[in-house]
Design a protein around this ligand. Structure first.
Ligand code: C2E
Ligand code: MG
Ligand code: MG
Ligand code: MG
Length: 283
């Protein structure tokens, strides 16, 4: 349960934002009030999904994925509350909590297990638009003891397109050692024309491309082309939504660096992540 202090913080935060016209009136709806309460009461929890190196089969990191542990409705996926969080501006507070929790939990997990795996955190465009964002990230790293090189910030292609000024924040964070990934690459407003100028290290190949990798046919020409372009630009590629052994083989043979998907492991509590990830390639 939240302390009076956390509740006061949240109230103050909402009042301030409303005064500054940053929060639409819709924050006053019961749904939005409930979400804000859930965040401050600690009802948001993280699941973690392994990212596996296709060359070695080793676990290279985990992606933090937010869930709402609702007292009556059970464990809710982000599709049920992120749109509201974004529409009301609450996503900024949500993102700050997720970032801190992910850094602390993963640093603690590294200490406990000795793993060198890092963590990827999804960042909304609204968070990145805030000038306070880089400081917030550096503070989360310093407070948790997580090394900057163990943090990846995942930013969607759409967010890159909508908030071009945020590239300065990302460039500053990269200079501090944090890595940046373009999430859902290939689905958004195309960043292709300036991909060579964006402050990024990793492309996360969207599941829709991986879905088209079918048995007996290897990768599609588009996937091969993305991988060739990534090599030319010195970017790593992680395939998302890998559901079959055939997809693992085809992506590995085509030179894709890493993979993530239900075939490897579903998002789970951190203590259930398989540390000695071995590629399950046998059909
Ligand atoms: P994403 O960042 O592209 O994350 C991958 C999504 O695909 C996750 O859904 C994951 O559970 C799902 N997934 C992974 N492997 C497979 C697979 O093999 N098959 C299928 N069908 N799905 C797979 P999830 O957890 O529901 O998250 C959905 C989206 O919500 C994420 O997409 C991300 O954009 C957003 N999100 C999640 N957590 C956060 C967060 O903390 N902050 C923000 N701003 N966005 C978040
Ligand atoms: Mg992601
Ligand atoms: Mg993604
Ligand atoms: Mg996706």
């Amino acid at each position: 349960a939240a302390t009076w202090r956390q509740r006061a913080d949240a109230d103050l935060y909402a009042a301030k934002r409303r005064r500054r016209g940053l929060l639409p009136a819709s924050l006053d709806t019961p749904e939005a009030e409930e979400l804000l309460r859930a965040i401050t009461d600690g009802e948001l929890v993280l699941r973690y999904q392994p990212v596996v190196d296709l060359g070695t089969g080793a676990l290279t990191g985990v992606e933090a994925l937010v869930r709402w542990q609702h007292p009556e409705r059970g464990l809710l996926p982000p599709s049920t509350f992120l749109p509201l969080a974004e529409a009301t501006g609450v996503v900024d507070l949500l993102g700050a909590r997720v970032l801190r929790a992910a850094c602390h939990e993963v640093r603690e997990w590294q200490r406990r297990t000795g793993t060198t795996a890092g963590v990827a955190v999804n960042v909304s465009g609204a968070e990145l638009a805030s000038p306070a964002y880089p400081g917030r990230v550096l503070r989360a790293l310093a407070d948790s003891g997580l090394s900057a090189s163990d943090l990846v910030l995942e930013v969607t292609e759409t967010a890159f397109a909508e908030a071009p000024t945020m590239t300065a924040s990302l460039a500053a964070l990269r200079a501090a050692g944090v890595r940046v990934a373009v999430d859902d690459f290939g689905t958004g407003w195309s960043t292709l024309s300036r991909l060579d100028q964006l402050p990024v290290d990793v492309l996360k190949l969207d599941k829709s491309f991986v879905d088209r990798v079918v048995p007996g046919e290897g990768c599609t020409p588009v996937v091969d082309a993305v991988l060739a372009m990534a090599r030319a630009l010195d970017l790593e590629v992680t395939a998302e939504g890998v559901e079959t052994a055939e997809q693992v083989c085809a992506l590995r043979d085509a030179g894709c660096d890493a993979a993530q998907g239900y075939h490897l492991q579903r998002p789970v509590p951190l203590e259930d992540v398989e540390l000695s990830a071995r590629l399950r390639t046998a059909a």
